[in-house]
Design a protein around this ligand. Structure first.
Ligand SMILES: Nc1nc2c(ncn2[C@@H]2O[C@@H]3COP(=O)(O)O[C@H]4[C@@H](O)[C@H](n5cnc6c(=O)[nH]c(N)nc65)O[C@@H]4COP(=O)(O)O[C@H]3[C@H]2O)c(=O)[nH]1
Length: 514
């Protein structure tokens, strides 16, 4: 856990060191989703509210058209009446909702009204005379029966061509039943009905909302509907409230992904220049023999003194070095650095130095020559190199062959973190190793968990049966050490003995303990 916190703070320091970049991303990550949410909410709401208004218009136009077509029955009945039958018309119309009246006319005058009985009005009091000669729908500003009240009229001509009947659908009644905003669902604020250039209401009134026009399927009726602004904004804010968090999350995930990628590629550049500028150094952790408690070797662990981020732990940069093909030059640098360090020490007995080497190293064509050189250079100062193979990547058959060749050169080979990575038991069968380093997670089970400590016992037994030298990693307590010694684990490494140290500290430690 502390390792993770350190890595996180290193990463944060890296981001801060790239402050300009992150500010730009921060701006995009905040404002881009807001602008996108506003634009998409506006478009979605406009589309849906417009659609709703059109549905309202289509529904009511259908009702109007059916009313107009039903008026045929009334017209046909009216045409059967003689001039003296005016009284029947009133009775007939009494139970006809929506229809406010019928007027009968001859070639000269209107002579009967279903509401006023016998009347005597000039033909042109309703429409110019020729308009009465053909079957048609009209919007008229008023009818003789109800002055000042606009209406829709339907004209029916009788068969001998002189006179006919007019069915009156009262405009106000229509407005009341269909058009008034309280009858309409709320998306529509004002409605105007148009037919042949005339409108209902006679003087249309719209505010500042968007107007949608809907045409009837079977007539020339057109309905103009003004979308209610309040309805529009109500839904706009609902969509905005739903879209904004989604877009923010999306933008942040995308932004962090880009930041991470940028951070990673710039970190890879930093690793490259760090190798050139010798910013990497080594710390050494003693590995003690369980027989006499003396250090027989060390594990070399790399550290990075980054110019901006300060001290960086390997957990952060080793995976990036591996991903960006920098692990080989870094490991070569580490070999040279360890050689230079150990040339400064006066070692009294044979000593081993373990290096973590990633599998990529074993596909280098000059690997054998390089290790022959290392073997000889270290031998001159009484040190034997040991390679610890990290398990992050699977070892291919080709790599195994190279490792076997290195063993033949006298290089010791250990499998690191045994039990946690890609190493399989079948791999242990196919090629021979010298050391098997048991991962700290198994050492931690000592004295704690009876079930998982069986796994540790099994690994130790495996080492003995296959003649591997067993090394326990991460030994922190005396209880763990005692247990491991009692199970004949050959070497122990961990904070109980020493933490990884700089070269000068190691020198003192060795003087004191060996
Ligand atoms: N809690 C606890 N930890 C202990 C104890 N004893 C040792 N450790 C830590 O355990 C890690 C052992 O190294 P690893 O398993 O090879 O795991 C290493 C290794 O995989 C990688 N690494 C370190 N140096 C190098 C290097 O030079 N080359 C490569 N390729 N990888 C390296 O980074 C990993 C972490 O290295 P470090 O941070 O140095 O962490 C080291 C060491 O400081 C203990 O008693 N308790």
């Amino acid at each position: 856990m502390p390792n993770r916190i350190n890595s996180l703070s290193s990463l944060l320091r890296l981001l801060i060191s790239r402050y300009d970049l992150s500010r730009k991303h921060l701006f995009i990550m905040l404002f881009f989703p807001i602008i996108l949410a506003i634009a998409s909410s506006y478009l979605i709401t406009g589309y849906l509210v417009g659609k709703k208004a059109r549905e309202v218009g289509e529904f009511n136009l259908e009702r109007l058209e059916s009313l107009l077509s039903q008026s045929k029955d009334i017209g046909q009945y009216a045409l059967t009446l003689n001039e003296g039958d005016c009284g029947h018309l009133n009775e007939y119309m009494r139970f006809k909702p929506y229809y406010r009246g019928v007027l009968l006319f001859n070639d000269k005058r209107f002579y009967c009204s279903s509401t006023n009985g016998v009347i005597d009005l000039p033909l042109n009091s309703l429409l110019p005379e020729p308009s009465l000669k053909t079957f048609a729908y009209h919007i008229v500003p008023e009818t003789p029966a109800r002055l000042g009240v606009p209406a829709i009229i339907v004209i029916f001509n009788n068969s001998h061509g002189a006179g006919g009947a007019i069915v009156v659908i009262e405009g106000q009644y229509l407005i009341d039943s269909f058009i008034q905003p309280e009858v309409f669902p709320r998306p529509v604020r004002h409605v105007v009905l148009g037919l042949g250039g005339a409108t209902l209401p006679t003087v249309p009134h719209f505010s500042d909302g968007k107007v949608v026009a809907v045409h009837a399927d079977n007539s020339e009726l057109v309905m103009l509907l003004e979308i209610s602004q309040a309805f529009f904004w109500h839904f706009f804010w609902i969509y905005f409230g739903l879209l904004l968090p989604v877009l923010l999350i999306f933008a942040w995930l995308l932004g962090l992904h880009i930041l991470r990628k940028n951070g990673r590629s710039s970190l890879a550049d930093d690793i490259k220049s760090g190798i050139e500028n010798q910013e990497f150094f080594l710390v050494y952790q003693p590995v003690v023999s369980s027989e006499d408690g003396k250090a027989k070797g060390v594990e070399a662990l790399v550290r990075w003194q980054h110019p901006q981020m300060g001290l960086v732990r390997p957990d952060l940069f080793i995976p990036i070095a591996e991903e960006s093909q920098l692990i080989v030059p870094l490991t070569n640098y580490i070999f040279e650095r360890a050689l230079a360090d150990f040339r400064q020490l006066q070692l009294t007995s044979e000593f081993r130095i373990g290096f973590n080497v990633a599998p990529e190293h074993f596909i280098q064509s000059d690997i054998e020559a390089k290790f022959r050189y290392l073997r000889d250079a270290f031998a001159e100062i009484g040190v034997q190199p040991l390679i610890e193979i990290t398990e992050r990547q699977l070892l291919t058959a080709d790599m195994c062959e190279r490792i076997t060749a290195l063993r033949e050169l006298g290089i010791l080979v250990a499998i690191d973190d045994f039990g946690t990575g890609q190493t399989t038991l079948s791999l242990l069968q196919t090629f021979t190793l010298d050391y098997l380093k048991i991962d700290k997670c198994f050492i931690d089970t000592i004295g704690r968990d009876a079930v998982t400590s069986h796994v540790l016992d099994t690994i130790i037994e495996l080492c003995h049966k296959m003649n591997y030298v067993a090394v326990a990693e991460g030994v922190e307590t005396q209880e763990q050490a005692d247990y491991l010694i009692s199970r004949d684990v050959h070497f122990l490494q961990g904070y109980l003995y020493a933490k990884p140290m700089k070269l000068n500290e190691l020198e003192l430690w060795l003087k004191e303990h060996n």
